[in-house]
Ligand binder design. Structure first.
Ligand code: MF3
Ligand code: CO
Length: 248
């Protein structure tokens, strides 16, 4: 079942989303050579809790941290630890906050110091593909229109779309119906209606689309160990078009 929120519910949810967005912004500013992923995670947790909110991921399916921090070939679900970020790394940070009974979920990939031209291009294309997907998320369109827009954009540039993980509905639960793939066929899938809230989150690889989950049960890396980037926003479908809720 896909839940529909009224405007009062959307404004409550927006508060959770704003906290997620500010946490992500803060985390991004902290990305620099010499910092550990664990330090960034603690910063995120402290900020979210200072706002009276809860980190959405902490304890979710026994996930042990407040954020997912995924470096270079790690696609998603990197567990923050003592790993030191180096100049030239690309660092994907995914963070959610729970407030007012609602979750906000967002992610972005940040550069540590100077990164290669190739890394920069991958990050840019991934961010842009998220906005392509968002632009397709208009009432009356279908879920497949979002994925098709993302896929068209990134494949045109020679990158590949991860198939094994997808975006999702988000609201009172972190993961709700519908699934929001970053690939697909225009005109297919559930119809988008005002009041639906979706997490759109392209995971884009420089090499092939295949990924594997490491033995910790979370860390997801590219099979070919090529770079991967990840951007995510929580959006609301409205009669006036998509609205990005995760804005700081
Ligand atoms: N943003 C990710 C997602 O939408 C984060 C989930 S990590 C988890 O799936 F630990 F909470 F599972
Ligand atoms: Co998500």
């Amino acid at each position: 079942m896909i839940s529909i929120k009224n405007s009062r519910e959307l404004s409550l949810m927006r508060e959770a989303c704003i906290i997620s967005a500010r946490a992500l912004q803060l985390a991004g500013e902290a990305v620099e050579p010499g910092v550990t992923t664990g330090e960034i995670d603690r910063l995120i947790r402290k900020y979210i809790e200072s706002q009276g909110a809860k980190p959405s991921f902490l304890g979710y399916a026994d996930y042990p941290a407040s954020a997912c921090i995924s470096v270079n070939e790690t696609v998603i679900h990197g567990i923050p630890d003592k790993r030191v970020i180096k100049a030239g790394d690309i660092v994907s940070i995914d963070v959610g906050a729970y407030l007012n009974g609602y979750h906000g979920d967002n992610a972005a990939t940040f550069a540590a110091g100077e990164v290669s031209k190739e890394a920069k291009a991958l990050m840019d294309a991934t961010r842009e593909s998220l906005y392509e997907g968002i632009a397709a998320a208009t009432a009356g369109n279908r879920i497949g229109d979002i994925g098709a827009a993302v896929q068209r954009y990134v494949e045109m540039r020679g990158y590949s779309v991860v198939r094994q993980f997808v975006g999702h509905g988000v609201g009172t639960n972190l993961h709700e119906d519908p699934s929001v793939p970053n690939f697909g066929t225009p005109g297919r899938g559930p119809r988008l209606l005002p009041g639906m809230t979706l997490a759109i989150e392209p995971m884009i690889n420089k090499g092939g689309p295949e990924v594997e989950v490491l033995s910790d049960g979370w860390t997801t890396v590219t099979k070919d160990r090529e770079l991967s980037a990840h951007f995510e926003h929580t959006i609301a479908i409205t009669k006036d078009g998509p609205v990005i809720l995760t804005m700081p």
